[in-house]
Design a protein around this ligand. Sequence first.
Ligand SMILES: [Zn+2]
Length: 58
Amino acid sequence: MTTGDVTASWCPTCKAHSLLGGEVLVLAPDGVARVSSWRWCEICENPAYPEQEKCCGP
Ligand SMILES: [Zn+2]
């Protein structure tokens, strides 16, 4: 299994150009089959970017 090209687009949730998307591909003897696609926003779905600062930081 492999991933195709990854493209970035605008995230409708956080309005940042951080929404990555791509396709999951399987290499077959007669070509490439697309199995699914995925989307992932590095801001919305990354715990390193909390929506609110936690109380106990330095
Ligand atoms: Zn987002």
